[in-house]
Write a protein that binds this ligand. Sequence first.
Ligand SMILES: Cc1cc2nc3c(=O)[nH]c(=O)nc-3n(C[C@H](O)[C@H](O)[C@H](O)COP(=O)(O)OP(=O)(O)OC[C@H]3O[C@@H](n4cnc5c(N)ncnc54)[C@H](O)[C@@H]3O)c2cc1C
Length: 496
Amino acid sequence: MDETEKKYRKKISRRDFLKSSAVAGAAIGTLSLGAQNAEAVPVPKKWDKTADVVIVGTGYSGLAAAIVSRQLGMSVLLLEKMPVPGGNSVIAHGGANAVDPERQKKQGIQDSTDLHFKHTMEGGDMINDPEKVRYFVDHALADAVQYLERLGVKWPEKVVRGYGALWERTHYPGTYVDKQGKNWKMGAANVRAQLDELERIGQPIELQHEVTGIVREKPLEGRVLGVEVKNKNRKMYFRAKKGAILASGGFGANIAWVTQLDRRLAETGTTNHPGATGECIKYSQDIGADTLHMDYIQAIPLNDVKPPYKATFFLIESEEVRKASISMPYRIFVNKEGKRFVDEGARRDVIKQAVLAQPPFEPLAQITADTIEELEAKCNLPKGSLVETVRKYNAACEAKKDQEFDKHSSILIPIKTGPFKANSRAMQRHHTMGGLLVKGTTGQVIDRWGKPIPGLFAAGEVTGGTHGTNRLGHNATVDCLVFGQLCARTVAKEKA
Ligand SMILES: Cc1cc2nc3c(=O)[nH]c(=O)nc-3n(C[C@H](O)[C@H](O)[C@H](O)COP(=O)(O)OP(=O)(O)OC[C@H]3O[C@@H](n4cnc5c(N)ncnc54)[C@H](O)[C@@H]3O)c2cc1C
């Protein structure tokens, strides 16, 4: 443990950490999700299926947990409520932050796992769980980047500075070619490579199997024995002999929860798949699980906005920008006054705040123009405004110094050569930083009295603690893969 880490650990004692989780627990309590409002699932007379481990969810975390569980010789029941596997992971961009000396050295980038730790903690305002973050940064390269490489995913030779990633350590975008020669990109590549591995080892996925409750010996005591499942109106019970791993994702698509936790997001759309509704958090609370950081909800302007949603800025790019990266920070954000209003490479929560403060306008379909004057006119911006903004920005690129917003020089790319493009964007609900409280070095779910719930484990976006107040862009892929595998390794040590 180096000096920086000692400082963080001292700053956030275990007591403070649990205190902060209790505060967040109180916040979610306002959503009536506490055990006092719920009925625990009674232990069934008969189990319909039994395996060593029951895994709920088929995104990055569930797939990684399933693959490693099988490698460790366990039998697996892998459940997915939707008709297709993949959750948010399959529609994600799939970028992954990891210190990668081989790639970074060639680019002259200084980095270390201590620096990744520092950025992740500071990016989350140091309320993150330091133990979990330490495990995360130490396993990012082997258990995320190289794990996917072993399954056939190819990463570009160069790392980039992803949106909100705050450093050049993002592996993005990944690609994968399946047995039929079909090309997969980004999140879909990361998911397809894992699905192919499961197919190769003969591991089925039970689609349209929705977990509707968790079975524990007693509502707030004893071991977790399995889960209650609904499949096409049939209720069933699946026994988990060694453990149940919740890999059920976040709740970005649950507008009711999000609005109660952060009402600034009431009018926003979402980047999430419709199944990102978070009910397994509630089922865990029913049997005593604690949560933390539930009200930290990330929003990003990832997709073009369509009515009924309003846009709040144009994302503008040139040929130079397209050559540099497909990532957003390399572009500029311009409001309806034709002005930049934020450092496009800033923390995601800083950008969220700035974008939400811009006046809304009716979104336009993507606009292409050969000159900035033409782009300005087609976007209905005040005459001369965009021309002046781009002139100032190009001067900043030349000087490698952004006087206005202090954007990092490595992502100052000029807007000089057309065709120029403008896309209508606004904030969209994207990632839920909070979730179940877990032990960072085992993945065990912790109850409201600070004790592990025997037999219950969780990984990925259903958990909190890795990201604190604000997730660094491209830390989530790694979080899911690393802790999905950790859960499997912990469960393997349990008695059946
Ligand atoms: C559009 C988009 C782009 C992104 N890009 C990036 C990126 O480039 N880099 C990065 O680091 N992060 C990115 N993220 C975030 C990251 O991809 C997600 O945090 C991650 O995919 C979550 O994985 P997961 O395994 O936790 O959950 P998911 O992938 O959401 O999987 C959870 C699964 O559990 C299922 N499930 C839920 N409840 C139940 C239930 N009751 N019973 C049975 N099944 C259930 C769901 O249907 C789902 O399939 C992106 C997210 C989105 C939406």
